[in-house]
Design a protein around this ligand. Structure first.
Ligand SMILES: Cc1cc2nc3c(=O)[nH]c(=O)nc-3n(C[C@H](O)[C@H](O)[C@H](O)COP(=O)(O)OP(=O)(O)OC[C@H]3O[C@@H](n4cnc5c(N)ncnc54)[C@H](O)[C@@H]3O)c2cc1C
Ligand code: FES
Ligand code: FES
Length: 483
């Protein structure tokens, strides 16, 4: 079997090589069923509960720094581990000596039935390795993808604070070990007539997609993974974008934020929020750290769910998508990309290469809001975004887009047109709220009834007005527990 067909990764200092494996076997299945390494638990098998959380280390783009992040092993396919180090709850203790994260959980009584505990330990371990002095909000955020039904979060948060007081655990030289397992070319697996390709550059990716236009493009797998674990779909050919470094970069030019479609949300979001602080709440509440560590902005845009969170913001910012088919690239405004429910402008074999977001120019107030049943780690009932320019108290320009109100995320064009040029007043907002009913005919589903959705969006618009009432200053909503 050639090197190109061998998945190679590190586990507890050993190089693991796997050949001839089902390419959509999940990391969790491999751990529990093949290695019988059962510390990592399966709760939901859809990225929601965090019981399966593991940590991966990989070389950063500069080829020597190492990034460490928690991910959900239940929805990650095994070949995506190639070239990385995997750490599970069994990796942490040295003999009888617990890792400081584990000791702190013991001494703070952070576990009762214990089912969620390995997942919490691994989320805390990722925090321990990446943030030497987290505040309470950072600890809450780090744990937002882990559910505990019986202990309650207070002792676990106390453990998070205590874990730093022990003598620091020794840190191995991960960089050298990771360098030794890097491959030069692509990974190409064939098993039972099914294929998995992990190309290393965009030309090869484009060529493979031209050769296999019906293939499933896999980025972070936080949507695609569930097609396998929940819908039991058999994916015949999978092409993975995660090793194409030229699609994973995030650059800021004089005019725009230029995001490779395979950049993770964890890498892309801080750059977006730096330039548009009003998008902070929506991105902070986008899933959980393990999902954002794997999931990409390109995947969110390409998946095009009507309740996806990023698109409303990208629409009001007039973002452009760069699409590529073979050697040909074309640009399309995101506002023209979606045609119908889960139908977009991509042609067979074409992919999203980059997302361009213009930098702020004219003092616009930009804001996005998310409304969901749970504050953390929940899919939106509705999600809104606004871009407002005021001139002497009048609306010089206004854009608003909503997710959760139609078959696609869409701009509120009638509402936008109705208020431009008018004074930005309470009365104007009330008439805009009426107008919203002409822009959207929401559906009822398990998340909310149609009436509830419309009312939620109207109230979110009222809140946006309340925050901007003074005209020239905006009280940026401060993230907190209150809605
Ligand atoms: C527990 C959980 C919570 C979630 N919470 C949220 C949330 O709060 N808000 C939200 O919006 N979403 C949420 N999601 C959905 C998901 O995380 C996002 O849609 C994410 O951005 C998908 O990115 P990905 O890289 O994982 O995509 P993948 O799953 O790899 O791919 C998704 C789709 O996009 C296609 N695709 C990927 N990259 C490209 C490309 N470059 N060109 C063309 N097509 C491409 C794939 O073929 C597939 O059809 C959640 C998912 C889970 C499991
Ligand atoms: S098993 Fe629930 S997140 Fe993976
Ligand atoms: S300890 Fe029982 S679910 Fe958390």
């Amino acid at each position: 079997m050639s090197d190109a067909a061998t998945i190679r990764f590190l586990l507890d200092g050993e190089v693991i090589e796997i050949r001839d494996v089902d390419p959509t076997r999940t990391v969790l299945q491999y751990l529990r069923e093949d290695l019988r390494r059962k510390g990592t638990k399966e709760g939901c098998a859809e990225g929601d509960c965090g019981a399966c959380t593991v940590v991966v280390a990989e070389l950063a783009a500069n080829g020597s720094d190492v990034t460490i992040k928690a991910i959900n092993s239940c929805i990650q396919f095994l070949p995506t581990l190639d070239g990385k180090e995997l750490m599970t709850v069994e990796s942490l203790a040295h003999g009888d000596e617990l890792h400081p994260v584990q000791s702190a959980m013991v001494s703070q009584h952070g576990s009762q039935c214990g089912f969620c505990t390995p997942g919490f330990i691994m989320s805390l371990y990722a925090l321990y390795e990446t943030n030497p002095n987290p505040g309470r909000q950072e600890i809450d955020d780090a744990l937002s993808g882990n559910l505990c039904r019986c202990t309650g979060y207070r002792p676990i948060i106390a453990a998070a604070n205590e874990m730093y007081s022990a003598t620091p655990a020794p840190r191995p030289d991960r960089s050298s070990a990771l360098k030794r397992i890097q491959r030069n070319g692509s990974l190409c697996i064939e098993h039972d007539g099914r294929r998995f390709f992990a190309p290393v550059d965009a030309n090869e990716l484009a060529a493979l997609l031209t050769q296999y236009p019906e293939a499933t493009l896999l980025a972070g797998g936080t949507d695609v993974g569930l097609w396998v674990t929940k819908r039991h779909r058999e994916l015949e050919t999978v092409i993975y974008t995660g090793r194409v470094s030229e699609l994973a970069d995030v650059r800021v030019t004089d005019t725009q934020i230029d995001i490779g479609a395979a950049a993770t949300l964890t890498d892309a979001v801080p750059v977006i929020v730096k330039h548009y602080p009003g998008l902070d709440e929506m991105f902070r509440r986008f899933a959980s750290p393990p999902i954002r560590n794997a999931g990409t902005l390109g995947g969110n845009v390409a998946n095009g769910s009507p309740i996806g969170d990023s698109m409303a913001a990208l629409m009001v910012l007039d973002a452009t998508l760069v699409l590529r088919l073979g050697v040909v690239e074309r640009e399309i405004a995101i506002n023209e990309f979606y045609h119908d429910y889960m139908v977009n402008d991509l042609q067979p074999g074409e992919f999203v290469a980059r997302i361009w977001i213009p930098l702020p120019t004219d003092g616009a107030l930009v804001r996005s809001q998310k409304w969901s049943k749970r504050f953390d780690q929940d899919i939106s009932g509705v999600c809104t975004a606004y871009r407002l320019v005021l001139d002497a108290g009048r609306v010089a320009s206004f854009r608003m887009a909503c997710a959760g109100l139609a078959a696609t995320v869409r701009r509120a064009e009638k509402t936008e047109a109705a208020i431009v040029g008018l004074p930005w007043t309470h009365e104007l907002i009330e008439s805009a709220c009426e107008k919203l009913a002409e822009d959207y005919a929401p559906i009822s589903d398990m998340r909310a009834s149609a009436d509830m959705r419309l009312l939620a969006v109207q109230n979110l618009l009222r809140r946006f007005f309340a925050e901007t009432e003074s005209g020239d200053t905006v009280t940026v909503y401060t993230y907190g527990r209150q809605h």
